[in-house]
Design a protein. Sequence first.
Length: 180
Amino acid sequence: MIFNPYLIHTDRQWYRFISSGLIHADWIHLLVNMYVLYFFGNSVEIFYREVFREKSTQYFLLLYFGGMIMSVLPTFGKHKNDPGYNALGASGAVSSIVFAFILFAPLQKLCLYGLLCLPGIIFGIAYLIYCYYASKKGGDNINHDAHFWGALFGFFLTIVLKPSLLYAFFDQLIYFRHAI
């Protein structure tokens, strides 16, 4: 079930793009992903229902499972000839949900462990910078690329589904700038 790009490439085990998102390294890994999904997923589901109406469930599933698949595509390309590379977890899918939330509510404060609270747009930019840096540094057995690409997928898929959301996003940022 684990994401092993080599086995996907050589044995065509495509199911691993999904199955790897359903397993986690340990209970803490699972609980963190589900905690974040619970808090952001409810809000994004409501936003999707308001914006997409009758297609909200299909689009939400596309956001989640699309994020799961798209977040590991770059990893697949990078490691398809490395039989020892493995990854697992729903972090890429969960990142897509968080960044869809940021698109809808860029000024909503997001808190890291309840201590550091920043507007969503600032938090999101810092998160992407951290993921990029951590991916380049490596060595911690975390697929930071999946976090990075899942986040971008969630943000941009939602815009592709309803381009006017980009204008609403920038309107909120402009309003915030003028309020300062």
